[in-house]
Design a protein around this ligand. Structure first.
Ligand SMILES: Nc1ncnc2c1ncn2[C@@H]1O[C@H](COP(=O)(O)OP(=O)(O)O)[C@@H](O)[C@H]1O
Ligand SMILES: [Mg+2]
Length: 229
């Protein structure tokens, strides 16, 4: 199985070398767990260090705000966009049904092999009918699979729920699931990451601590996290 390195220190180690190539990975967690940051790190490293081209589709924050935050971690997307190796997708919320056509044509144009959709939950802001929304999430996965992209789909879950995703379909259409926790143990909140599944591969079964600082996300593959679940 060919692996794609995330470039997140420690993470590739608990995923046995990285994400299987062409897999779709669900990044799930409550708000503030670092999902957007994780996706930026994955994309930036991909283009800068691993010579992949990439596309970022955001249904949440505007591209400019993502780019500005990323810059504070030293990840400057502007030159990557200029070089044609990377593209943020700006979609029209009034023609949301066209977004996957735009996604497909942008991926082809950029020749992207890494793709982020952040978040599929926020698609629900535009698509009110849940059956329609589920169908769209499924279609999204069909397109990414057809194009062979190694993709991250973000799902934002509500605090206090035990489900892996917002709409209950995201974890079925994806090959792998990574869960980010931000939980309280007594008076301290701590961060932990878990590889829930990787289709066709072994992976760490443990809950590992991770930190967020000025370098972005770092996972501690040798340590175990203890959080209240
Ligand atoms: N420079 C930094 N140092 C430490 N933590 C940071 C820094 N910048 C952001 N964070 C943390 O990252 C979180 C935001 O991550 P983000 O990727 O936007 O989360 P999500 O997309 O899961 O909602 C913030 O809530 C904050 O706790
Ligand atoms: Mg986010």
């Amino acid at each position: 199985m060919e692996r794609v390195k995330t470039g997140v220190p420690g993470l590739d180690e608990i995923m046995m070398g990285g994400i299987p190539k062409s897999h779709q990975t669900l990044i799930t967690g409550t708000s503030g767990t670092g999902k957007t940051m994780f996706c930026c790190q994955y994309i930036y490293n991909g283009v800068k260090k691993f010579n992949d081209n990439a596309v970022y589709l955001s249904f949440e924050e505007p591209a400019d705000s993502i780019a500005e935050n990323a810059k504070s971690f030293g990840w400057d997307f502007k030159p990557l966009e200029k070089s044609g190796k990377f593209s943020f997708i700006r979609y029209d919320p009034y023609h949301i049904e066209d977004v996957f056509d735009i996604l497909e044509s942008t991926i082809r144009q950029v020749k992207a092999t890494r793709v982020v959709v952040d978040s599929v939950s926020a698609l629900g802001l535009h698509i009110k009918d849940e059956a329609e929304l589920r169908r769209m999430i499924f279609n999204l996965s069909v397109i990414l699979r057809k194009l062979g992209c190694t993709s991250m789909l973000v799902s934002e879950i509500l605090p206090g729920t035990n489900s892996l995703s917002r709409y209950g379909v995201e974890e079925f259409v994806t090959d792998s699931v990574v869960v980010l926790y931000y939980e309280r143990l007594q008076s301290t909140f701590s961060r932990a990451i878990q590889i829930w599944k990787i289709r066709g591969s072994a992976h760490s079964q443990k809950l590992h601590p991770y930190k967020i600082d000025s370098n972005g996300i770092t996972v501690y593959p040798k340590e175990e996290a203890f959080i209240k679940r």
